[in-house]
Ligand binder design. Structure first.
Ligand SMILES: Cc1cc2nc3c(=O)[nH]c(=O)nc-3n(C[C@H](O)[C@H](O)[C@H](O)COP(=O)(O)O)c2cc1C
Length: 269
């Protein structure tokens, strides 16, 4: 399916992780159908898929430090599933899952990627997976409580803020003053991508005809591959590029690089 780039570009700036949901506000049936349809249709890579489960995720989310991972009262959740035979499964799941998260945001719903702190075996009892597949992450979906509770606000240490690093810390390659508009928009969108414990492990090399995403940091993985985070940033790059009239293709690469967005056509509007 084609990426609904205007809708998702707006969602990139609107999305924020929310962990506590409004028990009194169920998701409307037509919204659930729209989300379920997207989970089935948005499959840009054969080795990554998403599955909507319309039951509360009770028992699935573990919750560890402060409110980190402590998900409350979500009426539904989505499992992000990867076929582990693909060497690029992490970034494929990150890219695919973020499409679903952005559409959920555009539908007015709230979400929170959870990759480290959930029980895959509990999810697997609700979602069919085959022997090559693993559930790499989940998100609760629903309408968040109107006001963030103190618990939600007071996140200790882990993933505490929504703050992002400045672009200049993340890029190499072409000088910033020479960037075309689409590069500026794409990297600003990539910068806003969510990542586990807000670690922002990505770097970007700007070239004449594309952008290469690479792993910028070393250090603990917290049981979540940094390539999954990078896959999320890759979708943000493509969405913003399309919004700027630039179409491209991803070539997935071996570590420490993750993928290269190669411009095919810079006049698609
Ligand atoms: C791959 C991934 C895994 C995450 N895992 C968790 C988690 O286990 N528990 C949690 O509360 N938040 C989790 N988060 C949410 C991040 O902490 C959050 O995205 C980050 O702090 C940035 O905040 P924002 O999403 O509000 O912009 C995860 C995010 C990503 C992308």
């Amino acid at each position: 399916m084609d990426i609904p780039f205007s809708r998702w570009h707006l969602a990139i700036t609107e999305r924020r992780s929310r962990r506590q949901f409004d028990l009194n506000r169920p998701i409307e049936p037509e919204t659930l159908v729209a989300l379920d349809t997207l989970c089935k249709q948005f499959r840009p890579f054969p080795h990554a898929r998403s599955r909507l489960v319309t039951e509360s995720g009770k028992g699935i989310f573990k919750g560890i430090v402060g409110s980190y991972g402590k998900i409350k009262d979500a009426p539904a959740f989505i499992a992000f599933i990867g076929d582990m035979n693909s060497p690029y499964v992490q970034e494929e799941v990150g890219y695919t899952g973020e499409g679903i998260i952005l559409e959920a945001t555009a539908l007015g719903l709230n979400t929170c990627w959870v990759a480290g702190f959930f029980r895959p075996e509990s999810v697997a009892s609700l979602v069919e997976i085959d022997s090559k597949e693993q559930i790499l992450a989940v998100t609760p979906v629903g309408y968040a409580r109107k006001f963030e509770s103190l618990e939600e606000k007071l996140m200790t240490g882990f993933g505490r803020t929504h703050k992002r690093l400045s672009i200049s810390k993340l890029v190499t390659g072409m000088e910033i003053v020479k960037w075309p508009e689409w590069v500026r928009a794409s990297l600003e969108a990539a910068r806003l991508a969510p990542s586990a414990v807000n670690r922002q492990p990505w770097g970007f090399n700007v070239e004449d005809d594309g952008i290469t995403v690479f792993g910028r940091t070393s250090g603990p993985e917290f049981n979540v591959s940094k390539r999954l985070d990078c896959g999320i940033a890759m979708l943000h790059i493509e969405v913003a590029a399309l919004s700027s009239g630039v179409k491209g293709d991803w070539k997935l690469l071996e570590a420490p690089r993750v993928g290269r967005f190669c411009v095919i056509n810079d006049n698609v509007k």
